[in-house]
Write a protein that binds this ligand. Structure first.
Ligand SMILES: Cc1cc2nc3c(=O)[nH]c(=O)nc-3n(C[C@H](O)[C@H](O)[C@H](O)COP(=O)(O)OP(=O)(O)OC[C@H]3O[C@@H](n4cnc5c(N)ncnc54)[C@H](O)[C@@H]3O)c2cc1C
Length: 486
């Protein structure tokens, strides 16, 4: 970090800071501190915005928030653009209410985008961005670091316990959980107050024509993106996220521990896209659940396990695994790698193409229903998501191809995709963060899951009524039940 101050003097937790570009503060007059907001689309309880404001106040400079949306990121579609723009529109409103200028633009190419960052970098004293250890974000940060001469830091506004507090790759939830639990007293109740800017930026001008997120949302047809993946009926953004959190606490938290896994009951929170796009901070959702029922309520304990342990396990995996190796069988634990390799030549009962899978054209009616939910609702019920991934592993020529298909299908359609939780769970399908099971064909010792057993375990009637189609193979529920009764 530039000499002359420390993060703790500024009231910023240094564990959240990752220095991307080490440089001295520029000696000449600069106009602002820049928060280049890539991931955390919220103006409230955003540690990156807070760090930018702390720096601005210290240096006697205003803060400017800069948002950009390009059409060329992997899987860019009307669905993803819509969610991004809805979030950005709420960021603009949130910044306005905090007296922070928010400049948005829609660069068409990487060159345009990098040139803009270089230009803003010549006006800024320092650039703050988001620490998000997967997808295109690390690459964007390193590209920007080459283009600017000022310090560039990435701030963790995603995890409740800053991901850098756990310094090593964890084998599973069982090793991460006790480490996080030790740190929860320090972090769980910590509310980030809304720091006020000491210097107003209202006279600053972007020196480019800023875009309007709301108008862009209405003009999705004009972008060079995938127009077949349609926006969801559900809206993205901060306001929608807070509404979804309220609905969850009021009507779904009770029973979450016993019914979350049951696809017939809708007891999941449905909050994952809001966390992925940073519309909500996981800490505020955790605190709200604790306020609603108390820490010891079984539903709250179960929700915190998912939100704080399982979710942060994904960040741990991505933080400690370089992006090119995150989706590789080579990054699996040795037992999983070895067993999958030993069974690579086993005959598969079905082999489908990626296109068959995308079109939900398999002999498994339940799988087809789950794939349709993914295509149309932008995610899959958690239990069926596990089954969905396991079947792709069984039905692909090699484990590596299975991984690539799971990632492609999930990230193309899922509004919560392209996230550390996506990456870690794709890898979980192949054995990451898991243990060996009894050996069988194709999967070896990797945990199996069966559509037949799922259908027998849960009442899938309501789920199939919503997502199955007449052309699907019937889901064999009664046969298994009868056999059990015989
Ligand atoms: C093959 C596969 C792909 C997946 N892809 C994604 C993805 O792209 N994005 C994504 O966010 N999650 C993914 N998951 C994890 C999990 O299925 C979703 O987080 C969960 O279903 C989201 O629904 P919810 O918000 O209602 O979850 P809830 O049950 O209400 O859980 C609350 C929050 O905890 C977190 N969480 C819950 N389960 C998990 C988990 N297993 N791992 C990590 N975090 C979890 C999420 O942030 C979630 O919003 C995937 C799981 C599998 C098996």
């Amino acid at each position: 970090m530039p000499s002359g101050f420390s993060w703790s003097e500024l009231g910023v937790d240094s564990a959240r800071i990752h220095v991307v570009k080490e440089a001295e503060l520029p000696s000449g007059r600069r106009e602002f501190v820049l928060y280049w907001c890539m991931v955390n689309h919220r103006a409230e309880e955003n540690h990156a915005l807070d760090a930018a404001l702390a720096l601005g106040n210290h240096l006697g400079l205003p803060v400017v928030v800069y948002l950009a949306l390009r059409p060329d990121y992997p899987h860019a579609s009307e669905r993803l653009h819509a969610w991004a723009l809805e979030g950005m529109s709420d960021v603009a409103a949130g910044c306005a209410s905090r007296g922070v200028p928010c400049w948005m633009e829609l660069p068409r190419t990487a060159d345009e985008h990098v040139a803009r960052l270089a230009e803003l970098g010549r006006r800024a004293a320092i650039i703050v961005s988001d620490l998000f250890p997967t997808f295109i974000i690390p690459g964007h940060l390193h590209g920007a670091a080459r283009a600017v001469q000022v310090p560039l830091v990435a701030v963790d506004a995603s995890c409740v316990v800053p991901m850098q507090r756990v310094a090593t790759l964890q084998a599973g939830a069982y090793t991460l959980r006790p480490k996080l639990q030790k740190l929860w007293p320090e972090y769980l109740g910590r509310i980030l107050p809304a720091r006020k800017p000491k210097v107003s930026g209202h006279r600053l001008h972007p020196e480019f024509e800023p875009a309007d997120a709301r108008a862009a949302r209405e003009a999705l047809g004009s972008f060079d993106i995938d127009h077949d993946v349609k926006p969801l009926a559900e809206r993205g953004g901060r306001k929608a996220g807070l509404d979804a959190l309220r609905t969850f606490l009021q009507s779904k938290l009770e029973g979450y521990d016993t019914q979350r896994n049951d696809p017939g009951h809708s007891h999941q929170s449905n909050l994952s896209p809001f966390f992925h796009w940073g519309n909500l901070f996981a800490g505020e959702a955790a605190r709200a659940a604790i306020r609603a029922r108390g820490t010891d309520h079984p539903a709250v304990r179960s929700f915190l396990e998912e939100l704080l342990v399982r979710r942060e396990l994904g960040f741990n995996y991505c933080l400690h695994t370089p992006v090119p190796r995150q989706l590789s069988v080579e990054s699996l634990p040795a037992w999983a790698r070895d067993t999958l390799s030993a069974h690579q030549q086993d005959r598969r009962e079905h082999l489908y193409t990626r296109e068959d899978l995308a079109a939900a054209r398999t002999a498994d009616g339940l799988w087809n229903a789950a794939q349709r939910e993914l295509r149309e609702r932008g995610r899959i019920h958690n239990y069926l998501r596990m089954l969905w991934g396991k079947k792709i592993l069984e039905w692909s020529p090699t484990p590596q191809q299975a991984l690539e298909r799971i990632a492609w299908l999930n990230d193309k359609y899922a509004v919560d995709g392209r996230d550390p939780s996506s990456v870690a769970n794709f890898m979980w399908v192949l054995g990451l963060h898991d243990r060996p099971f009894q050996e069988r064909k194709v999967l070896g010792k990797v945990r199996p899951m069966s559509s037949l057993r799922t259908a027998d375990k849960y009442d899938l009637g309501p789920y199939l009524a919503r997502w199955a189609r007449p052309e699907d193979a019937p889901v064999k529920i009664k046969r298994v039940r009868r056999m059990a009764a015989d």
